[in-house]
Design a protein around this ligand. Sequence first.
Ligand code: RB5
Length: 145
Amino acid sequence: MRVSIGSDHAGFEQKEMLAGYLESQGVGVLDRGPENADRVDYPDYAALVAADVAEGAVDFGVLVCGTGIGMAIAANKVHGIRAANIVREDFAPLAREHNDANIVTLSARFVPFEENCRILDAFLATSFGGGRHAGRVDKIMALES
Ligand code: RB5
């Protein structure tokens, strides 16, 4: 499995730690930056990761900012993206099973690293459920046209 990861300044430290965690779990990581904690604008990094996912260069995207909210709003503007802001572990499998989310956005300011690791584990380990969920996801994607 391969993921693209990015953050803003608020998410930088956890982005670095989460990238290391994912690599330790055998996940291929494409780090889209930033490279330091200097102030940046989160939509710039959401766009980079969302493009990787939308173009099929990676399986999933991971975006980290203060809350995860801005990253989700920005990423969801890119066609083909279903980004879910997950701040509790039990929502992570549901975002995959029901919504076929292809990007998870995380909060560095409100969710500890260990909890974000558990969120990532659950998100990446869960498949889309299909069935009754498929038509609903199709209707979401039809909103793009
Ligand atoms: C940066 O101060 C903050 O606005 C950003 O990290 C994020 O929380 C936005 O949604």
